[in-house]
Design a protein around this ligand. Structure first.
Ligand code: NAI
Ligand code: 15L
Length: 269
C-alpha cells in the first residue's frame, strides 16, 4: 500500500500491555501524536506522545480520553479468561464506553482487538471465515463477541468504521503446536493495523490476525480490501515445537481451536 500521511492524533488503549508496549513504538510513524492509555503504569511520555491513565470502566474518564482523537486502536481490557464480573467491567462496559465516546466526539475509525476466542469452540482443522458462526469459548471470548456486535451496531447506526482483529497468538515465539497455526508476529500485527487505519474504505470488517503460517484454520478472503499481506511465518519455530510430546487427542484443548481457554473455569469460591 502507498505511504499515507500520519493521523493527527491516534489513541492506543492497553498501552502498558504486552502488545501495547510493542505498538507504542511501531505505530509511531502513523500518527503525529500518539495518546497512550492504560489502567496500569506506563513509561513517561516521549516526544509526540501523550500519556493518560484511564480505567475503561469509568465512562466519564473514557469520554475525556477519546476527545480530540482521530482514530482508536483499542487493545485495553482483560486479555484472558477471568471471572465474569472482571470481564464485564473492563471489556463489556469498557468497549461500550469507547464507542459512546467515539460517537460523541466524531471519531470515525476504530481498530478493535478482538480474539480467536470468539470462535474458540470450533474444531481445530475446520476452516473459518468472517461469516462463520461465533462459538465463544469463555467469558473473555463472549466479551470480544459482544465488542464485535457492538461495533457492528455503531457502524450501522452511526457510520463508525471498525476492523475487528480476531488475533490468534501474538507473542515473540510460537510456543506449541497450536501456535504454529495461530501465531502472529508483531511486524505483521503492526502492518495489519496500518492497513486498517488507512484503508480507503473499512466499513465493518472482521479479519483474522495471523502471519503467513504453513497451516491455516482461517480464511481472510472477506478482508481482501485491507490489502494486508503478512510477511512472517511460524516455520522458524517448528523444529523446536515439534520436540514437545504429542498432546492427548481427546483433550478439549487439542480438539477445539481455543486451546486451553475452552476448559478454563468455573470460578467458584
Ligand atoms: P495485556 O493483558 O498484556 O494488555 C492489556 C492491557 O489492558 C493491560 O496493560 C491492562 O492493564 C489493560 N487493562 C485491563 N483492564 C483495564 C481497564 N479496566 N482499564 C484500562 N486498561 C485496562 O494483553 P495483550 O496481550 O497486550 O493484548 C492486547 C489486546 O489484544 C487485548 O485486548 C487482548 O484481548 C487482545 N488479544 C491479544 C492476543 C495476543 O496473542 N497477545 C490474542 C488475541 C487478542
Ligand atoms: C488471546 O486472546 C489472549 O489474549 C492471548 O493471551 C493468547 O492466549 C491468545 O488469545 C491465544 O489464543 O493464543
Amino acid at each position: 500500500m502507498a505511504p499515507t500521511s500520519p493521523l493527527p492524533r491516534l489513541l492506543l488503549t492497553g498501552a502498558a500491555g504486552s502488545l501495547g508496549r510493542v505498538l507504542r513504538e511501531s505505530l509511531k510513524p502513523f500518527a503525529r501524536i500518539m495518546r497512550l492509555s492504560d489502567i496500569s503504569e506506563m513509561a513517561p511520555a516521549q516526544s509526540g506522545e501523550e500519556v493518560m491513565s484511564c480505567n475503561l470502566a469509568d465512562k466519564a474518564a473514557v469520554d475525556a480520553l477519546v476527545k480530540g482523537c482521530d482514530a482508536i486502536v483499542h487493545l485495553g481490557g482483560v486479555s484472558l479468561e477471568r471471572p465474569f464480573e472482571e470481564v464485564l467491567e473492563a471489556n463489556i462496559r469498557g468497549v461500550f464506553h469507547v464507542y459512546e465516546a467515539a460517537r460523541r466526539h466524531g471519531v470515525k475509525r476504530v481498530v478493535f482487538a478482538s480474539s480467536n476466542h470468539v470462535v474458540g469452540f470450533h474444531k481445530q482443522g475446520d476452516m473459518l471465515d468472517a461469516d462463520c458462526l461465533k462459538r465463544p469459548d469463555s467469558y473473555y471470548g463472549l466479551s470480544k463477541s459482544y465488542g464485535e456486535d457492538l461495533s457492528r451496531f455503531y457502524f450501522d447506526r452511526y457510520g463508525i468504521e471498525t476492523a475487528c482483529l480476531r488475533i490468534g497468538s501474538s507473542f515473540p515465539e510460537a510456543k506449541d503446536r497450536r501456535m504454529l497455526i495461530t501465531w502472529l508476529s508483531s511486524r505483521d500485527l503492526t502492518e495489519l493495523i496500518r492497513c486498517c487505519l488507512f484503508a480507503p474504505t473499512l466499513g465493518h470488517t472482521i479479519v483474522y490476525g495471523m502471519s503467513a503460517n504453513r497451516d491455516k484454520w482461517w480464511d481472510n478472503s472477506q478482508a481482501a480490501h485491507l490489502g494486508f499481506k503478512p510477511q512472517d511465518s511460524s516455520e522458524q519455530f517448528r523444529a523446536r515445537v515439534e520436540t514437545q510430546p504429542l498432546p492427548d487427542p481427546a483433550d478439549p484443548a487439542t480438539v477445539f481451536q481455543g486451546g486451553g481457554f475452552v476448559k478454563a473455569g468455573p470460578f467458584e469460591g
